[in-house]
Design a protein. Structure first.
Length: 721
C-alpha cells in the first residue's frame, strides 16, 4: 500500500562538522512532486582521496549550484572533475524508511551517503580519455538512513565535455540534478511509466512505419494519387520522431542521446509540413503560396538547430505549429462548407491532430515563457500528453482508412449499378441486333440498289469537285505568279544591296508575307511586311500593302521610315474602310530601313517588328519598333511611328524578319523554335557569306520542322553593309 509519509524535514545542518552550517526548508514527500536538492552544496575542484569522508573538513569549500550553469558560476570553476557535498538532517519519522535519490546528468558520477558508495554511473576520471560518461536519466538510487540527525550526501562527478553538453532547447546540461523521493512509490511509478512510455513509443513508431510502407506501395502502383506520397512522407516523419524518442529513452550514451534529442526536433517540422501537403492534396488541386512559407520556416528551423537550438524551438512553437494547425483547420472548414466528398471524415482526423497541436503549442509556450520545460520523462502528465499525441496521430490514418473504405464501398456500389445497367443494355442491344438483322435481310436488295445509285452520284460529285478544285488551284497558282512577279527579283535587290539574301517560304501557294526594295533620291529601302493571315487572304493584303508602298515612296516621295509607316497605316485603313464601325480588323506588321551608302547611316522604323543588327564582333543588337500595327483598330487620334537613326560599321549584318521562323513547331517535344534561338542562329552565322547564311536557314528549318506542317509564312531578309 502506498504510504503518504510525513514531513521530510530538511533542517538546518548544524555546525557539528568543522563549524559549517547549511539551511534547508521542509517539504512533503510526494509521488509526483520531488524534493529538489540543487542548492546549498559545497564544491572542491579536482579529485580527492577522502572526498566522501564525513570527517573531512569542508568549511573552506565553495558554495555551488550543481547544475553548473555558465551564468551561475565563475568561468574556470569546474575543470572537468570535482567533489560535491551536501549535509542534511532527517527527523525520526523517516529513520529506516526506504528513500531514493534521483540523479539526472550526462557526465559520470559516484554517489556516496555517509562515506558509503551507493551507486556509480559510468566511470569517473580526471582524464577525458579514461572517462566514460553516462546518462542517469532519473534512475533511482535507493537508500535508507538508520537514525535521525545529520547525514552527508557526497558526489564525485566528472564531465570533460561540459562545454558541449546542451539539451534540446540549447541550455547547457553539463552539471547534475538530484531529487529526493519515497523509494517504493517512485520505483513503482518509474517501472510503470517506463513500460507504458516505451510501449507507446514503440507501437506508434512501428504503426506509422507500416503505414508508410503501405502508402508508398500504393503511390508506386497509382502515381496520380499524390495523397499517398504525402501520407508516406508524413508517416515516415512521425515514425522517425518516435524512434528518436525511443532511442533517447533507452540509451545511456550521452552522444547518442544528444543526437536522438536533436533528431526529435529535426523531424517535427517535417511532420507539420507533410501534414500541410496532405491536407491540400485532399481538398485542393493546386498547392498555394502558404505551403512555401511553411516549407521555408521548416528549413529555417532545421538551420537554427545547428546555430541556436533555443531559437529553433521558439520558431517551431510560436510560428510554424500554429500556422500549420490554423491553416489545416481553415481548409477543413472550407471543405466541409463546400460539401466536398469525404470532407467530414478526413476533416475529423486532421482536426483532432491540429487541435492537439494547438493545445500542445500553448502548453509549450506557457512552459517556455515561464522558463520551465515540458518533460515527458518526468510525470504522469507526460504520459497523458504522449497518449493524447498518439491518439491524435492515429486519428489521421484511421480517418483515411474510413475514407478509403467508404470510397471503395461507393465505388463497388457504383460498379454493381453499372454492371446491372450494362446487362440490361446488352439484352436490349442483342434484341435490337436481331431486329436489325431481320430488317437488313429484308431490305438488302433495296439497299444494294441505293448504294449503287449513291456511288454513281458520289462519283459524279467527285468529278465536279475535282474540276472545281483544279480551277481553284489554277487560280491560286496564277495569283502566285502574279505575286512573284510583283515582288522584286534578285538582280534588282543586288543592285541596291550586293551582299544580301531573301529567305522567302510561303506556308501555302501564295503568301501573306511580302518584301519591297527600292531606291529614291540616293536612299536604298528594304521593307518586310507580315500581313494578317496567310494564303489567299494574306496575299490580298500583301498586294494592297505593296501597291501602297509604291505610291508612298515612289510617287509621293515620303522617304522618312516613320512617315512611310504612318502613310501606309492611313492607306490600309482607307482601302479597307476601317474608319467607321467596320468589323474589319485586318492589318500588317512592318519593318522599314533606309540606307545611305556614303555615310553608312541607317534609318529604321518598325510597326510591331524589331530590327536586328550583328556587328563584326558577333554581338546582336535588338532594336525594338513601336508596339503598333498597320491598319486595324485605332484608339488614338493620330497614329505616328518614330524613326531611329543608327550608325553602322562596315561588315554589320542587318536582319529583317517576320514571326514565321521563330513560331515554327518542331524539335524535341514539338516546341516553338523561339526568338532567342533564332537570334543565336543568326549571330553565329554572321561571319559566313550571305548565300551560306540563306542555306543555313534552310537547313536549320528542315532539321527543326522535319515532317511537321509549316505553321506560318516565313520571310527573312539579310543585308551586309
Amino acid at each position: 500500500m502506498r504510504r503518504f509519509l510525513s514531513l521530510l524535514i530538511l533542517l538546518v545542518c548544524t555546525n557539528f562538522v568543522f563549524g559549517q552550517r547549511l539551511i534547508f526548508h521542509a517539504g512533503k514527500l510526494s509521488p509526483d512532486v520531488p524534493v529538489k536538492l540543487n542548492e546549498n552544496w559545497v564544491y572542491h575542484p579536482g579529485d580527492l582521496a577522502r572526498g566522501a569522508d564525513p570527517k573531512l573538513n569542508d568549511s573552506a569549500w565553495t558554495s555551488i549550484d550543481t547544475r553548473l550553469m555558465p551564468d551561475s558560476i565563475p568561468a574556470g570553476t569546474f575543470t572537468g572533475i570535482g567533489w560535491f557535498r551536501l549535509w542534511f538532517t532527517v527527523d525520526s519519522s523517516l529513520a529506516n524508511q526506504p528513500l531514493c535519490f534521483i540523479p539526472e546528468h550526462e557526465g559520470a558520477s559516484e554517489i556516496y551517503l555517509n562515506g558509503r558508495l551507493l551507486h556509480t554511473f559510468g566511470k569517473v576520471s580526471a582524464h577525458e580519455a579514461l572517462e566514460n560518461r553516462c546518462v542517469a536519466n532519473a534512475r533511482p538510487v535507493s537508500f535508507a538512513v538508520h537514525h535521525s540527525g545529520p547525514h552527508l550526501l557526497a558526489v564525485r562527478y566528472s564531465n570533460h565535455a561540459i562545454d558541449r553538453s546542451y539539451d534540446g532547447r540549447g541550455v547547457n546540461a553539463g552539471g547534475f540534478n538530484i531529487n529526493l523521493r519515497d523509494n517504493d512509490e517512485y520505483v513503482d511509478y518509474f517501472i510503470t511509466f517506463n513500460e507504458l512510455y516505451l510501449t507507446l513509443l514503440c507501437l506508434v513508431a512501428c504503426l506509422f512505419f507500416v503505414f508508410a510502407v503501405v502508402h508508398l506501395l500504393l503511390f508506386l502502383a497509382y502515381k496520380t494519387k499524390r495523397a499517398n506520397l504525402y501520407f508516406f512522407l508524413f508517416a515516415v516523419s512521425i515514425s522517425l520522431t518516435f524512434t528518436s524518442m525511443l532511442v533517447e529513452t533507452l540509451s545511456t550514451n550521452p552522444v547518442i542521446v544528444s543526437w536522438a534529442d536533436l533528431g526529435k526536433v529535426f523531424f517535427l517540422p517535417f511532420v507539420l509540413f507533410t501534414l500541410h501537403l496532405l491536407v491540400y492534396s485532399f481538398f485542393r488541386n493546386r498547392l498555394p503560396k502558404i505551403l512555401w512559407i511553411s516549407g521555408l520556416m521548416s528549413l529555417v528551423i532545421l538551420a537554427a538547430l545547428w546555430i541556436a537550438p533555443d531559437i529553433s524551438f521558439f520558431i517551431y512553437v510560436l510560428m510554424l505549429a500554429p500556422l500549420v494547425a490554423v491553416d489545416v483547420i481553415r481548409n477543413i472548414v472550407i471543405a466541409i462548407r463546400k460539401k466536398l466528398s469525404g470532407a467530414w471524415i478526413i476533416g475529423t482526423g486532421m482536426g483532432l491532430f491540429a487541435l492537439f497541436f494547438i493545445s500542445m503549442t500553448l502548453l509549450m509556450v506557457t512552459a517556455f515563457v515561464g522558463g520551465n520545460d515540458v518533460n515527458l520523462n518526468d510525470s504522469i502528465m507526460g504520459v497523458l500528453l504522449l497518449l493524447l499525441f498518439a491518439l491524435a496521430l492515429i486519428s489521421i490514418p484511421l480517418s483515411m482508412s474510413i475514407y478509403l473504405a467508404r470510397d471503395f464501398a461507393r465505388t463497388n456500389r457504383s460498379l454493381e449499378a453499372k454492371l446491372h445497367e450494362v446487362e440490361t443494355l446488352s439484352a436490349k442491344s442483342i434484341e435490337q441486333e436481331k431486329e436489325r438483322q431481320r430488317i437488313l435481310e429484308s431490305q438488302n436488295i433495296v439497299l444494294e440498289q441505293q448504294v449503287q445509285e449513291r456511288t454513281a452520284e458520289i462519283s459524279d460529285q467527285k468529278k465536279v469537285i475535282e474540276e472545281k478544285n483544279k480551277d481553284i488551284t489554277d487560280s491560286i497558282n496564277y495569283a502566285r505568279r502574279i505575286q512573284r512577279a510583283m515582288l522584286p527579283d534578285d538582280s534588282f535587290i543586288k543592285k541596291m544591296f550586293p551582299d544580301s539574301f531573301v529567305f522567302f517560304r510561303p506556308k501555302d501557294i501564295v503568301s501573306g508575307d511580302f518584301y519591297w526594295f527600292g531606291e529614291k533620291n540616293g536612299y536604298a529601302f528594304a521593307i518586310l511586311a507580315d500581313c494578317t493571315g496567310h494564303g489567299v487572304p494574306g496575299a490580298l493584303m500583301s498586294m494592297i500593302g505593296f501597291n501602297l508602298l509604291e505610291q508612298i515612296i515612289v510617287e509621293k516621295e515620303i522617304l522618312d521610315p516613320g512617315g512611310i509607316l504612318r502613310a501606309l497605316h492611313e492607306g490600309v485603313r482607307l482601302a479597307l474602310r476601317q474608319q467607321g464601325d467596320s468589323e474589319t480588323r485586318d492589318g500588317m506588321d512592318v519593318v522599314v530601313i533606309r540606307h545611305q551608302k556614303n555615310n553608312n547611316q541607317l534609318a529604321f522604323a518598325g510597326a510591331n517588328r524589331p530590327l536586328w543588327l550583328v556587328g563584326p564582333d558577333g554581338k546582336l543588337a535588338d532594336i525594338k519598333g513601336d508596339k503598333k500595327s498597320i491598319g486595324g483598330l485605332q484608339t488614338e487620334e493620330l497614329r505616328t511611328f518614330r524613326t531611329e537613326i543608327i550608325s553602322v560599321n562596315t561588315g554589320t549584318c542587318i536582319y529583317l524578319t517576320s514571326d514565321g521562323y521563330a513560331d515554327q513547331f518542331g524539335g524535341p517535344g514539338g516546341k516553338k523554335f523561339m526568338t532567342g534561338r533564332f537570334k543565336e542562329l543568326l549571330a553565329s552565322a554572321h561571319v559566313s557569306a550571305m548565300s551560306e547564311q540563306e542555306q543555313l536557314l534552310e537547313k536549320s528549318l528542315a532539321e527543326w520542322k522535319k515532317e511537321r506542317e509549316q505553321v506560318d509564312d516565313i520571310c527573312v531578309i539579310g543585308i551586309r553593309v
